[in-house]
Ligand binder design. Structure first.
Ligand SMILES: Nc1ncnc2c1ncn2[C@@H]1O[C@H](COP(=O)(O)OP(=O)(O)OP(=O)(O)O)[C@@H](O)[C@H]1O
Length: 683
C-alpha cells in the first residue's frame, strides 16, 4: 500500500512549473537543444517508480524545464537588447498590421507582415503561443498594446487572436514578443499536489495504484462483443477495441505510423458512448483533439470541445464550448441581464437623488451576481449534457471542468505527452485508455538536464515496460505507405509485425492524376548521395547546422517532381535541423511553383503525411558526426511520413558512421534508386 503522508521537496514550494508542449516549435531552431533528444538515453528511471518517488522527482525537473522555457521567452533576464532577442527568435521586430478581422467568438484576428521584405525573419513562434504586441522601438520592459494567442503562421505573416483590438499604435511599426505560458505551469503545479493527495480520494483513487504498479490491472470476465460502427475495421483494430472495452482500469493502444490509431480511438469512443459511458477525451496537441472531434461529429455524438477558440480548427468551432454556451437558455438570460444592467448604468449616470442612486447600485449588484450565476450555469449545462468532453491535456485543468468527473479518460498521442501532463486528465476518472507509439518522437523538452533526469520519459513508455502485452494491443495493418517504405521501419522498430494494406502496398506517385512516369516520379525509394560533391555542413549564428548544397539538391528534386506533374502541396521536405528549414524556405520563396510545398523539421511533421517526402539529413563532415540523427525514433518519424515516395538526401560517408543509419542507407541502396547529387548539377 502507499504511505499516505509524504512531503514534497522543499524546492517545490517556490517551484514554478511550465509546460513543454507549447515549446515544440521552439526546439526547431535551437542548435543547442537539438542534442537533447540524442539517442535512446532516457533510460535513467526505467525501474518501477512509486508515487512518492514520481512526485519528488518531477517537482524539480518541471522547475528546470520552466527555467529553460523562460530563458527562451522574452521574460528572460538574459535578453539584453531587442536585436539579441530577435536573434534568439523570441521577438519579431519591425512588423506592420495588414489586416484586422473580428468574428472568432468575440476575438479579433490581426495579421502582421514584415516591414522589411516577404519572409518573416527566423523565429521561434509557434501556433497557439501566447504573445504580446508592442511598439517596435519601445523599451524591453514597456507595457504591451495587447496580449493574444498565435492563430496562424505563414512564411510571410503571423496572425494573432486578441480579446479586443488594441486601441492605438497599430499604424506604427510593431513587434511581437513571445512570453512564457504561466497558466500551464500553474496547472502542472496543481496537478502534482493533487496527485500526491489522490491516493486517498478523488475519482482516480483506484486508478493511481494500478498506474504505479501497486495493484494489477483488471479486465472484465465477460466476453465483450460489439457491433462496429465503422464497417472497415481490420482484425487488429477490432481486437484492440474488444480489449479496450474489457479493460476495467487500464488499456494501451500501440499504433505504429499509419495504422489507424485515431480511427480505433474514435470507434472505442462510439462504443463506450453506446454503453452510457461519460468520457473525457484528450491529446497533447490541439490538432490531435480536433482530429477526433471532426471524426465524431458525423456520428451525432453529444460532445463539447473545451479550449480557446484561436487554438481550434475552424471546422470544429461549432462544437466549441463557447459556441454551445452562446446557444444555451442560460446564456440568453445572462444576455438579457446584461442589457438590463446597461440601461440601469445609464440611469445611474443621470440620477441626482442619493436614495435613487443607492437603490440602482443595489439592483446592479444583484443583477451582476445573477448574470455570473447564469453564465456559470450555461457552461455547466453544456458540459453536463455532453457524453464526450474533448480538450488538450492542459485544458483538462480548466476551471470550467472543476467538479466534473468521468467514467473513462482517453488520451491520444500519449507517447508525445509529459507524464505530468497526462495526470491532469487522469485524475478525473477511474479508468483510462492511452493511445500512442513510444517508437516515434517523445515530447520536446527544453532543459537538457531535466531531459537527462527523466522528464521526457512518458507514461505510455513506463506502462509498456511495467505491464507490456497484458494491457496492450498493437495495430498491425498500415494504410499510408508503399510496402517498401514501410518495411524498413517495420523491421527496424516493430519486429517485422506491420503489414501494408492492399490499397497502399504498391501505390506509386505516377498513379496520381496528371503525374508522368518520369525518372524522378518513378522510384518509391530514392537515395541522393552528396558524398564527394563539396557540400560540407556549416553552423548558423544559433549553432544549428545547415547544408546549403544539400538544400539546393532537395529543392531541385522537388522541382523535378512538380515538373513531372506532382502537385507541390503533395510534397514535403523534412530535415532534423532548424537552420536547414530556414535555408530551404529561403530557396523555396524564389520559386512560385513550389509555393504550396511544406518544409518542416522532423519533429514538426510528426502525425502528418505527404505523397512524396524528401529528407535532408544535413550532416557532412570528416569526423562522421551525426548528432541527433542517430535517434532511431526521429528517423522512424521522418521516413514514415511518405505515402508513395521517400527520397533521402545525405552524405552516405558521414552518416554511415552510425550503425543504425548505415543500415538505413543500405536498405535504400538495395531496394531503391541511387543517384549522386552531382546529377542535379547546378539546376
Ligand atoms: N480499417 C481501415 N480501413 C481503411 N482505411 C483505414 C482503416 N483504418 C485507418 N484507415 C485510414 O488510414 C489513415 C490513417 O488513419 P488514422 O489517422 O486513424 O491513423 P493514425 O495511426 O492515427 O495516424 P498517425 O500515424 O498519424 O498516428 C486514414 O486515412 C484512415 O482513414
Amino acid at each position: 500500500m502507499f504511505k499516505r503522508d509524504f512531503r514534497l521537496p522543499s524546492s517545490y514550494k517556490d517551484a514554478v512549473f511550465i509546460s513543454s508542449r507549447s515549446a515544440t516549435h521552439t526546439q526547431e531552431k535551437s542548435g543547442k537543444l537539438e542534442i537533447s533528444n540524442c539517442g535512446n538515453n532516457n533510460k535513467i528511471s526505467n525501474d518501477k517508480i512509486t508515487l512518492e518517488q514520481f512526485v519528488s522527482r518531477m517537482a524539480p525537473l518541471i522547475d528546470m524545464e520552466k527555467e529553460a522555457e523562460i530563458s527562451l521567452s522574452m521574460n528572460s533576464g538574459a535578453t539584453r537588447s531587442l536585436d539579441s532577442a530577435q536573434k534568439k527568435g523570441s521577438t519579431i521586430l519591425n512588423l506592420k498590421c495588414v489586416d484586422a478581422q473580428t468574428g472568432l467568438m468575440g476575438k479579433s484576428l490581426l495579421e502582421f507582415q514584415s516591414n522589411k521584405g516577404d519572409v518573416l525573419p527566423p523565429h521561434k513562434f509557434g501556433n497557439h503561443d501566447v504573445v504580446v504586441l508592442k511598439p517596435n522601438k519601445s523599451d524591453l520592459g514597456s507595457p504591451p498594446l495587447g496580449q493574444g494567442v498565435v492563430y496562424r503562421i505563414k512564411d510571410s505573416s503571423i496572425t494573432v487572436a486578441f480579446d479586443d483590438i488594441p486601441e492605438e499604435g497599430l499604424n506604427s511599426p510593431l513587434r511581437l514578443e513571445k512570453v512564457a505560458n504561466e497558466v500551464t505551469y500553474r496547472r502542472m503545479k496543481e496537478t502534482l499536489i493533487q496527485l500526491s493527495k489522490s491516493v486517498q480520494k478523488g475519482p482516480a483513487a483506484d486508478l493511481v495504484p494500478v498506474l504505479f504498479g501497486e495493484r494489477p490491472p483488471t479486465v472484465s470476465k465477460k466476453d465483450i462483443k460489439f457491433t462496429p460502427v465503422n464497417s472497415n475495421l481490420d482484425n487488429s483494430q477490432k481486437d484492440a477495441i474488444s480489449k479496450a472495452l474489457s479493460s476495467k482500469d487500464l488499456f494501451l493502444l500501440h499504433g505504429p505510423p499509419g495504422t489507424g490509431k485515431t480511427t480505433t480511438v474514435v470507434e472505442i469512443i462510439l462504443q463506450e458512448v453506446k454503453r452510457g459511458t461519460k468520457i473525457l477525451a484528450c491529446a497533447a496537441s490541439n490538432i490531435a483533439v480536433d482530429n477526433i472531434v471532426e471524426r465524431l461529429v458525423p456520428h451525432r455524438v453529444k460532445l463539447v470541445r473545451v479550449g480557446h477558440p484561436a487554438r481550434l480548427l475552424p471546422q470544429v468551432l461549432e462544437s466549441a464550448l463557447d459556441a454551445q454556451v452562446l446557444r444555451g437558455d442560460n446564456s440568453a438570460l445572462a444576455n438579457d441581464i446584461r442589457k438590463e444592467m446597461k440601461a440601469l448604468n445609464g440611469k445611474l449616470l443621470k440620477a441626482k437623488d442619493k436614495n435613487t442612486k443607492r437603490d440602482i447600485r443595489r439592483e446592479l449588484k444583484t443583477l451582476s451576481k445573477e448574470e455570473r450565476k447564469r453564465q456559470q450555469l450555461a457552461v455547466t449545462d453544456v458540459i453536463k449534457n455532453a457524453d464526450v468532453v474533448l480538450t488538450t491535456l492542459t485544458g483538462a485543468l480548466s476551471k470550467k471542468l472543476d467538479g466534473f468527473s468521468f467514467d473513462l479518460v482517453i488520451i491520444d498521442e500519449a507517447a508525445q505527452a509529459l507524464e505530468i501532463a497526462c495526470w491532469i486528465a487522469l485524475l478525473k476518472g477511474p479508468r483510462c485508455i492511452l493511445a500512442g507509439d513510444h517508437l516515434q518522437l517523445p515530447p520536446t523538452i527544453q532543459s537538457v538536464e531535466a531531459e537527462k533526469k527523466g522528464l521526457g520519459r512518458t507514461l505510455f513508455e513506463r506502462l509498456t515496460d511495467l505491464y507490456g502485452d497484458d494491457v496492450t494491443s498493437m495495430l498491425t495493418v498500415q494504410y499510408r505507405m508503399h510496402e517498401l517504405i514501410m518495411n524498413w521501419s517495420s523491421e527496424e522498430l516493430y519486429d517485422g509485425k506491420i503489414k501494408a494494406h492492399s490499397s497502399v502496398a504498391a501505390h506509386t506517385l505516377y498513379e496520381l492524376e496528371d503525374v508522368k512516369k518520369s525518372s524522378s516520379a518513378e522510384p518509391t525509394l530514392l537515395l541522393v548521395d552528396i558524398a564527394g560533391c563539396d557540400m560540407e555542413e556549416k553552423k548558423d549564428e544559433e549553432d544549428s547546422t545547415l547544408n546549403e548544397g544539400e538544400a539546393a539538391v532537395a529543392i531541385a528534386h522537388a522541382r523535378r517532381l512538380v515538373e513531372s506533374g506532382v502537385q507541390a502541396a503533395n510534397i514535403g521536405i523534412i530535415t532534423p535541423y532548424a537552420a536547414q528549414v530556414v535555408q530551404l524556405k529561403m530557396l523555396k520563396s524564389k520559386e512560385d511553383k513550389l509555393k504550396d510545398m511544406e518544409i518542416s523539421t522532423v519533429d514538426g511533421f510528426q502525425g502528418r503525411e505527404k505523397e512524396a517526402i524528401i529528407i535532408s539529413m544535413v550532416r557532412s563532415n570528416s569526423k562522421k558526426e551525426v548528432g541527433f540523427l542517430s535517434d532511431r525514433r526521429r528517423m522512424n518519424v521522418a521516413v514514415t511520413r511518405a505515402r508513395r515516395q521517400c527520397c533521402i538526401i545525405c552524405d552516405t560517408e558521414t552518416v554511415s558512421g552510425d550503425k543504425f543509419l548505415k543500415r538505413l542507407i543500405e536498405y535504400f541502396e538495395e531496394h531503391g534508386e541511387y543517384l549522386s547529387a552531382s546529377e542535379y548539377g547546378t539546376e
